[in-house]
Ligand binder design. Sequence first.
Ligand code: 13P
Ligand code: SF4
Length: 350
Amino acid sequence: MIMSTRTYQETYEFLKERLGHLYSDEELRVKAQLAVEVNRLKNERGAVVLGHNYMDPALFLTVPDYQGDSFELCRRAAETDRDPIVFCGVKFMAETAKIINPERTVLLPSLEAGCSLAESITAADVRELRKRYPGVPVVTYINTYADVKAECDICCTSGNAARVVESLNADTVIFLPDEYLARNVARETGRHIIVAAKGIPPRKNDTDVERVMIGWSGRCEVHERFMPEDIENVRRRYPDVVVLAHPECSPEITQIANFSGSTKAMIEYVRQTQAPHYLLLTECSMGENIAAQQPDKHLLRIYELSCPHMREITLEQTLAALRENRHIIDVTKEIRDRARQAVERMLAVG
Ligand code: 13P
Ligand code: SF4
């Protein structure tokens, strides 16, 4: 847990040392002031702030009590006894916190913080797939909305997807909605992949082969943009670069990267290794966050791809969330109860 009792001057100096190259002095002073106010109000209200690894560096370094990937933050939400829970991440993450904490208030600083993966599939799509493949267990990536989770058997995150799939001991598994994550997990677990999509009629012999994974055509709008040539170009200029790719990147990328894992796994990989240069193929704020926390590491700043949804969460919005108790995330009891089973099954797998 990160302590958040720094004074304005201490916060300003802390930010200046770590982020002085990113922001003007004036911006740093404004951000320090906002961070101090968020922390004061957080302590006054007994709130907990959870911050995803993609948060803007000034926010990420100053206000979350816990930082992490989707799995870590879900676990923290399950463990906390603080109220409200302020989720500095995107909507599906805040919804998951509400699903496992129905009695607590969960606040999301901006309702604009969506996700292209969560938007790619509906509960009706899952029901249709179940009809098409009766009896086949359904795994859903945590990057989905609560009504979709409610139709599924178990959730997973990028950190435990292969483990969750293996835990089912099933020959055929439906894995939704990220096509690239499904392809990566199918390769890792030795499965043949079939990609379904809205309105595509069943293919008669789809599941006649052994060990099949049925995916969906969802994509992350950030990670789908990385291309194998990006890695080749960088390796020509920096032959000893270590490339890390999130598993939402295509298999063409993850197969030639040096490492692929969740945001937390990537941070740990950089912490535990000593390469001359690192290239992160993921949301660009994470590179800045690693650089600020591990200043001895050299991160190449070549691809500035940021997630527009994560960018919606700012220090200003977080302060307003605490001041005005907004935006309260609600999930109906009927959906919550069914979705909770899928989330709890995942937490039991670990
Ligand atoms: P992680 O679970 O690896 O943090 O990923 C969440 C996400 O949305 C990646 O784009
Ligand atoms: Fe969704 Fe991609 Fe943004 Fe992650 S980076 S929240 S998967 S759109």
